[in-house]
Design a protein around this ligand. Structure first.
Ligand code: PEP
Length: 253
């Protein structure tokens, strides 16, 4: 289990540069000193520079929502890991279910992007999760394994240290539905098992994501297999986001 909690806010396609800068500025002023929590935020690509500028002197890290596998070239609409590093980006989400569902991202392209991010020194937060249909069919573990296998194939033991996994049941994202505490614990254990079978020596950081809010977070973070959360909606509601940070700070590791 990780030594600190990790809380990542995925702003999705919300907060353009002006609004993102304002939000980041207020967040930087209101965030408490952190003793056991790392707070990371992922603005949309066009807002990254503004947010990096605003949070440069804060404890908050800024990350991208995706990264391409090539350093440059004919890939219209994509972002090179080099360009992200140029503006101070230290991590990126990869394989978010919205990328997989709406933009044809496959586990293989997620693995290619992950390999490239890690090779360039960008921490990769790889998102995995089953759909409701897959869950009903009893295929959750099979799906998670299939999503992770191509990633594991490309990751060396040395770079695995900078890999974070986010278990996000697709049916729980933005729906208000949350997996049961038992299911979250069992699934995180299963993911840890896949990691250990791969022979990596380090312990993975594994986050839960899917409709996390200040009402349910304390219990979720109380599960010993859960190292933190990937949060969408509640991460752009300032009071809720600060409440989540306060809960993480108040919860023992
Ligand atoms: C997400 O975007 O990864 C997410 C978990 O969203 P929400 O918290 O809104 O369900």
């Amino acid at each position: 289990m990780a030594e600190r909690h990790l809380l990542i806010g995925n702003w999705k396609m919300n907060l353009g540069p002006t609004q993102a800068r304002e939000f980041a500025s207020t967040l930087a002023h209101r965030i408490p000193a952190l003793t056991r929590t790392d707070v990371w935020v992922c603005p949309p690509t066009i807002s990254l520079s503004a947010v990096c500028d605003e949070l440069r002197r804060s404890s908050i890290s800024v990350g991208a929502q995706n990264v391409h596998w090539a350093k440059s070239g004919a890939y219209t609409g994509e972002t090179s890991p080099d360009f992200l590093k140029d503006i101070g980006i230290t991590f990126s989400l990869l394989g978010h279910s919205e990328r997989r569902t709406y933009f044809g991202e496959t586990s293989e392209t997620v693995a290619m992007r992950t390999e490239s991010a890690l090779a360039e020194g960008i921490t990769a937060v790889v998102c995995i999760g089953e759909t409701e249909q897959e869950r009903m069919a009893g295929a959750t573990q099979k799906v998670l394994q299939e999503q992770l296998e191509p990633v594991f194939k490309r990751i060396e033991a040395t770079t695995a240290l900078r890999l974070v996994l986010a278990y996000e049941p697709v049916w729980a994202i933005g729906t208000g539905k949350v997996a049961s505490l038992e299911d979250i614990a069992a699934t995180h254990q299963f993911i840890r098992g896949l990691w250990t079978n791969r022979g990596y020596q380090c312990q993975p950081t594994i986050l839960y994501g899917g409709s996390v809010n200040p009402q349910n977070f304390r219990e979720i973070l109380g599960i010993k297999e859960v190292d933190g959360a990937l949060v969408g909606g509640a991460s752009i509601k300032l009071d809720q986001w600060l409440d989540l940070i306060a809960i993480a700070e108040a919860t023992g590791i």
